[in-house]
Design a binder for this molecule. Structure first.
Ligand code: PXP
Length: 247
């Protein structure tokens, strides 16, 4: 593992828990659990950044959360978003350090599959341009696939996030094949000058395989950390994962 491998904690599911009780109520800092406290604890525990996905259906993160996080976060904010005019305008007002463009489908439980950067090339061009002009580092959440990486390069983004879902959800030989795809994609993208991040479905067990993938700069991890936090607390959960990243 590269010593530089960093952790971005996705805190969406802290908001999922809050929304399970407070959906439809006035946005308030006092609705528990506090997203701002969660972000602060993650930073204190060693996270290099905080990641949130403002979905079109606002199922967990709300608009106000993103603005408040922007003010409070001391590391960096990585905003995940679908390529829609509404969310783009919000991103341009929030000005996170990073934006990761993801596919979004209203009925999915979580982000399924990578963004089809090659197929949606024309629709992505103006969005990438506006985000870049605002000084935001743009990343694309894509499958570990050379065609998608080539599209990312052609779009002029400096960064990609490799979707590790197929790897995380497989076992045995298919799992090893997916790991090999991630390794090849990371090396290919790195060779083309891209910063390479990875995320989705990474947990305390499969991190042992992911940490050995060369050229990865940052992992964005959410569900497993929030799940573990129920038993050991958020600070310990983040520290345990960072320790696992370091082997
Ligand atoms: N990266 C991206 C782009 C995602 O959409 C998600 C899920 O919201 C994650 C990382 C984190 O995935 P997980 O919650 O499975 O760790």
């Amino acid at each position: 593992m590269s010593n530089a491998l960093q952790l971005g904690v996705n805190i969406d599911h802290v908001a999922t828990l809050r929304q399970a009780r407070y959906t439809g109520m006035l946005e308030s800092h006092n609705c528990e659990p506090s997203l701002l406290d969660a972000a602060e604890i993650c930073e204190r525990a060693g996270a290099a950044g905080i990641t949130t996905h403002l979905r079109a259906d606002r199922r967990h993160i709300q608009d106000g959360d993103v603005f408040r996080l922007r003010e409070r976060i001391k590391t960096k904010l990585n905003l995940e978003m679908g390529n829609t005019p509404e969310i783009l305008e919000i991103a341009l007002r929030v000005k996170p350090e990073d934006v990761c463009l993801v596919p979004e489908n209203r009925r999915e439980v979580t982000t399924e599959g990578g963004l089809d950067a090659a197929g949606q090339f024309d629709a992505l061009v103006p969005t990438v341009r506006r985000l870049k002009m605002a000084g935001i580092r743009v990343s694309l959440f894509i499958e570990p696939d050379a065609r998608q990486i080539d599209a990312a390069v052609a779009l002029g983004v400096p960064c990609i996030e490799l979707h590790t879902g197929a790897f995380a959800n497989s076992q045995g030989e298919p799992h090893q094949r997916e790991l090999a795809r991630i390794r090849e994609a990371a090396a290919y993208a790195h060779g083309l000058g891209l910063r390479v991040n990875a995320g989705h479905g990474i947990n305390y067990v499969n991190i042992a395989e992911i940490r050995e993938v060369p050229y990865l700069a940052e992992l964005n991890i959410g569900h497993t950390i929030v799940s573990r936090a129920i038993f050991v607390g958020l600070e310990a959960a983040v520290k345990e994962l960072i320790a696992a990243m370091r082997g």
